[in-house]
Design a binder for this molecule. Sequence first.
Ligand SMILES: C[S@@+](CC[C@H](N)C(=O)[O-])C[C@H]1O[C@@H](n2cnc3c(N)ncnc32)[C@H](O)[C@@H]1O
Ligand code: SF4
Length: 386
Amino acid sequence: MLNMTLTTPFAVYVHWPFCLSKCPYCDFNSHVRHGGIDETRFLRAYEIEIAAIAARAPNRTVSSIFFGGGTPSLMQPSSVGAILNCIGKHWTVARDVEVTLEANPTSVEATRFRGYRTAGVNRASLGVQALDDASLRELGRLHTAQEALDAVAVARAIFERYSFDLIYARPQQTTDAWAAELKRAIAEAAEHLSLYQLTIEPDTPFFGLHKAGKLKVPDEDLARDLYDLTQIICADAGLPAYEVSNHARVGAECRHNLVYWRGHDYAGVGPGAHGRLTIDGRRVATATEKRPEAWLMRVEESGTGLIVEEKLTSGEAADEYLLMGLRLAEGIDPARYSALSGRALNPKRISILREEGAVETTADGRLRVTQSGFPLLDAVVADLAA
Ligand SMILES: C[S@@+](CC[C@H](N)C(=O)[O-])C[C@H]1O[C@@H](n2cnc3c(N)ncnc32)[C@H](O)[C@@H]1O
Ligand code: SF4
């Protein structure tokens, strides 16, 4: 049985599934609609869905809200405001709630950003991806490096907090070039950066090009060097990794993402959104219909876009806690794992991983992956999971 108090963080994720164009590396639930979309109709469906989820998980205090995508910065500020009002109608919202909106540099205008600010957004997360034009073109991005930097300046002027994303381990990228680019990025960053290694996802144009030998990405050794360099440069600049791909000054971590990694509850609203809700002491996994128009019709017809509501077994809930929690530099609380799963982690496996230098136990008894263990995270989790 999970313990739930009023102060337990509770997050709301709102997925906006539309983009101006589809980037060739991206396998997120994002769609291009040249004919435009009926935003008012979608907005109404978001409101219905929020009510439906709040009925399943009432009496929560929302500590963070995240508009992700897709490209939520294509939404009208009034729609963002209406969704925030609706969340406030169905749940209590914490006074210091973190409200993040993901923005693509092509759709950043100061007036629009001020509108989001007025609506209640207090943190922007920008998809910069690269700071050189050739790479941006290769990634299929519609913005230039200068436009990205201009967008960062707008975010800095308008929001209390901002972060931006870069993708590294890109085709032909050298360690010297990445070091220079990262230092340039850090000079523009305030408190938070997300740095993702390029992954070649199935069913994307990059996958086909890579398979055909037309897209050469760094081999394992170079990718490892780029990763190590990233850790050193960011830590030196006061932005250590608090999660595999996320760096922040102490206290400036993204509270919303911490909810996922620390295994707390979150509602997933919009097409293809996932959620985790504790209902009657059981952790329930939820997911909505992915296809935007099918989701819309489903919500209109049945009052919810949910297509999955699955009670997790204690083993599944515990393994999920392990999988998510070990991504964090702070690691996991083995006692919480035991409480979830009904049995302790295997001490023999832990001691082998400890001898190999992949995990360590902190002074306060937490189990965490070491710096050198992080590149082997998947194997470590597989080893420890039930
Ligand atoms: C879903 S995107 C949303 C942000 C916004 N739509 C944009 O692209 O600017 C979130 C982030 O995931 C990262 N990302 C997406 N696909 C990736 C891939 N194949 N490899 C590495 N990072 C990826 C990008 O850094 C991107 O900013
Ligand atoms: S803009 Fe972002 S979400 Fe949209 S296709 Fe590109 S990476 Fe994916």
